[in-house]
Design a protein around this ligand. Structure first.
Ligand code: DUC
Ligand code: ZN
Ligand code: ZN
Length: 470
């Protein structure tokens, strides 16, 4: 814990609810107080502060909360290329100060074993704070009981898959049982909503026709099969009386299902990711094997879907933008699927790019500044029981703070990024705005774009239950 008194002066403080010209006093790793620029009280802090950060002309925002990452994640016969050390370092470079990663239950084993394994992967490695969701791949009497115990330990959300038959897939009966449990124990079910059984038939048929290129990944994972699964997940949650959070929503038709459910007043929430807002099937169709760089599930959609996703973020039919950061190197990993798109490991890098890309959404007029902070910091913190410790700038909150330069242009590139992956999904994209300085619990992690953090500073952060259901 930092015992240094730090003062951040002269910045524009932006939270999900306010924009204020305020100075911030940090003590013992937490925000002690805010006061308007030029007031006597703000002036009185200057003398006693050991560290003063001048934020003139800059935004002062809460550190990002990325509620969907896969570090050191086993998938498609390999492991995601960022581990907890490189991934959390890259997250900090991009202005994210908390991640919620997915621990995985191996079928036939206890949830506990999976969670312990993920603690071992992360312990002592992280530059920023972290928490876990649990992927339940084997719903049975024992794992249902274990859900209750995990919630008490701060793992209050559980991901189920309607996709990937034979791997992570749960059938409707298992999904219903997990939802029934969540309806009584306060857990939040996170759903990968794609009809994996139907998709596997289409995959087989495509390969039999000789359609092996990366772009067929997008063609077989049809919009209608995302929308159908989203609809089914909502109905199952209604039957169980449970809340539902649908991850990585990519299709306009799936947003419509969420909007219809929310219009009925149901506790249904949706997340999208930067790749669905900025990339499209045009990328999957890039020549040669380049499209493999963009293979993820749910897949990228035709460009027309982007407007519906931005609209959903504005209307609150979608509440959160996370990355689903799951990087695989082009050389040696994505290549596993040359000649058979179904063998390309699914996932995109993005943990470092989310805050900047969403700020570009502000620059482009899709979002207000406050909505940027809401979808990237405050709501993910509330959704997953971390608020107001994380996700805002207020007295008592952890001093997880980003000094953001809203004017400097940067060009996103694998040459300059810090993720451990050999390509960028946004190579050459110009964005306006850049993270300058990052504090985690008052400690500098990035100082004027110099990394000064350390592996092991980041702490496991147990979570309460979803704060939209209180
Ligand atoms: N989707 C991905 O793209 N990668 C990991 C798992 C998932 O559901
Ligand atoms: Zn998923
Ligand atoms: Zn994921």
């Amino acid at each position: 814990m930092s015992t240094t008194r730090t003062l951040i002066r002269n910045g524009l403080v932006i939270t999900a609810s306010d924009e204020t010209h305020a100075d911030i006093l940090i003590e013992d790793g937490r925000i002690a107080a805010l006061a308007a620029h030029g007031t006597d009280i703000a002036a009185s802090w200057t003398a006693s502060a050991e560290r003063v950060i001048d934020a003139t002309g800059k935004y002062v925002i809460p550190g990002g909360v990325d509620a969907h990452t896969h570090l050191d994640f086993p998938f498609g016969g390999t492991f995601s290329s960022d581990d907890f050390e490189s991934g959390t370092r890259a997250a900090a470079w991009g202005g994210t100060t908390t991640i919620v990663d997915f621990a995985v239950q191996t079928a036939g084993h206890a949830l506990r074993e999976g969670l312990d394994a993920w603690h071992a992967k992360a312990d002592g490695k992280c530059a920023i704070d972290y928490a876990f969701h649990m992927i339940v791949s084997d719903v049975n009497d024992a794992s249902l009981k274990e859900m209750d115990l995990l919630i008490e330990e701060g793992v209050s959300s559980f991901k189920l898959f309607m996709a990937y038959p034979g791997v992570l897939y749960s059938d409707d009966g298992k999904i219903l049982r997990a939802m029934q449990r969540a309806s009584t124990n306060g857990g939040l079910i996170m759903m990968h909503a794609e009809n994996g059984i139907a998709i596997d038939v289409l995959v087989e048929q495509a390969l039999a026709r000789g359609e092996t290129d990366p772009r067929y990944h997008g063609e077989v994972r049809k919009v209608l099969l995302e929308a159908e699964a989203t609809h089914r997940a909502i109905q199952l949650a209604r039957v169980a009386g449970a809340p539902l959070y649908v991850v990585h929503v990519s299709a306009e038709e799936a947003v419509a299902e969420l909007a219809a459910a929310r219009d009925k007043g149901l506790p249904v929430f949706g997340e999208t990711c930067p790749q669905y807002l900025f990339l499209s099937t045009d990328n999957l169709a890039e020549p040669g094997f380049e499209g493999a760089k963009y293979v993820c599930s749910t897949p990228l959609r035709p460009r027309e879907h982007q407007a519906a996703l931005w609209r959903g973020l504005r209307t609150n039919d979608l509440q959160v933008v996370s990355t689903d950061h799951c990087p695989f190197c082009f050389n040696g990993q994505k290549e596993l699927g040359r000649g058979d798109f179904s063998k390309i490991p699914n996932g995109l890098p993005g943990i470092e790019n989310r805050m900047d890309l969403l700020h570009q959404g502000v620059v482009d007029g899709h979002l207000t500044r406050r909505r940027w902070i809401e979808i990237a910091c405050a709501t993910p913190a509330r959704m997953f029981g971390l608020y107001p410790k994380k996700g805002t700038i207020a007295p008592g909150a952890d001093a997880d703070i980003v000094i953001y330069d809203p004017h400097t242009e940067q060009v996103i590139s694998a040459e300059t990024h810090h993720m451990s992956v050999d390509y960028s999904a946004y190579e050459g994209k110009r964005v306006t705005g850049r993270v300058e300085t990052v504090l985690s619990r008052g400690e500098p992690v990035l100082e004027d774009r110099r990394f000064v953090g350390r592996a092991g500073h980041g702490l496991y952060t147990p979570r309460s239950t979803c704060q939209y259901l209180d």
